[in-house]
Design a protein around this ligand. Structure first.
Ligand SMILES: [Zn+2]
Length: 355
């Protein structure tokens, strides 16, 4: 059946019980009904068309109370199909796959843009809007969690801990002459699982392992460099940003409504799985280099740290796959410094650093 071709069918006018023979045509956005006496016009979108998938006769309800009954479903459907192209642009548009796909593509683009620009913006804004008290709570919660899982009491002598703390304190004082350094709190812990490592948590909690102190015992400037890197994470609230990003909705509720319990509950899972972004790491490295420089130390001291990490990684590889399960370094805690990728790139960065 061709478009434009009318179908001959039966019409009930809604008053008389007798059917009359009519011809139907679709023209533009209208259904035209030729009764033999007159031509009636019905807007297509006011006609209630029959369900096409059903069997049996096709019944179409007209807006004026009339009704069309067509006994031959196959013939009706063929007529409908042939006239499908003739539907009003709006009906056609809504039904067209191409439009649907384009709408979907538009949605995807919108969501991608929201993800790429909106989420970082929102998480950063929220991370900085989080009150200090909540940040400290999140930090404490995180530290407790990590303490249970990974940390043992430090075996470093008190005097050595105090010496390292003082060294770092002097560097901070020189790097922040205005005294506007973020608050920080350094603790040492032994950790067989984490190995030579350090990490920063929200609220300014910085943890360094005995193993890292041991690895760099002849390189105190490198130890201070690692701590400077961690202080940069504290200053830029990278930990908070990461937590907020991982649980955007509950963080939003926490900040806006002040009920942070849902947000706090997400902390353990976030800690175990998320890492700081590459940008945050680069920024922290640059910050560490500037701090060392400001304190009259050479940023290249940090290169020594990454070179030794590289050697350690090689040593682990030689131990073979048998020890793979025990070798949890870099897997256990993504935010820790030894998990950060690209030792080679960072060695170059600190060797070649210029103000
Ligand atoms: Zn880092």
């Amino acid at each position: 059946m061709l478009p434009d071709e009318p179908i001959v069918t039966r019409w009930f006018d809604g008053q008389s019980p007798r059917a009359r023979k009519v011809r139907l045509r679709i023209e533009g956005a209208e259904l035209l009904m030729h009764t033999g006496v007159e031509v009636r016009h019905y807007p297509l979108n006011e006609v209630r068309w029959p369900e096409r998938r059903s069997h049996g006769q096709r019944q179409t309800d007209l807006p004026d109370g009339g009704m069309i009954q067509h006994a031959d479903a196959v013939e009706w459907d063929a007529w409908w199909q042939a006239n499908h192209q003739m539907e009003s642009p709006i009906v056609g548009w809504m039904q067209s796959w191409r439009a649907t796909l384009m709408a979907m593509a538009g949605t995807v683009v919108f969501l991608a843009a929201a993800w790429v620009w909106g989420v970082p913006w929102l998480s950063q804004t929220l991370a900085h809007a989080v009150p200090d008290s909540l940040e400290v709570r999140v930090g404490q919660q995180s530290l407790q969690q990590l303490d249970r899982l990974f940390l043992e009491p430090s075996k470093l002598p008190e005097a050595q801990q105090a010496d390292l703390r003082n060294r770092f304190e002097r560097v901070v004082e020189q790097a922040y002459p205005a005294g506007d350094a973020p608050p920080w709190q350094l603790s040492f812990h032994a950790s067989e699982i984490l190995g030579a490592n350090a990490f920063a948590l929200p609220g300014g909690y910085i943890v360094m392992t005995d193993e890292l102190v041991e690895l760099l015992k002849d390189q105190p400037d490198a130890i201070v460099g690692v701590l400077s890197h961690e202080l940069a994470h504290v200053q830029h609230r990278d930990g908070m940003d990461m937590m907020v990003r991982a649980s955007l909705v509950s963080a939003l509720v926490g900040v806006v409504l002040g009920d942070a319990s849902g947000f706090i509950a997400t902390v353990p899972a976030t800690l175990a799985t998320q890492s700081y972004s590459r940008d945050a790491e680069r920024r922290a490295d640059a910050h560490a280099a500037s701090m060392l420089h400001a304190a009259g130390l050479s940023p290249s001291a940090m290169a020594v740290f990454f070179e030794r990490m590289q050697e350690e990684d090689r040593g682990d590889d030689e131990k073979g796959k048998a020890n793979k399960d025990e070798d949890k370094e870099g897997v256990a805690l993504p935010i820790a410094i030894s998990s950060h990728p690209d030792h080679g790139e960072r060695i170059r960065f600190f060797r070649e650093w210029k103000q």
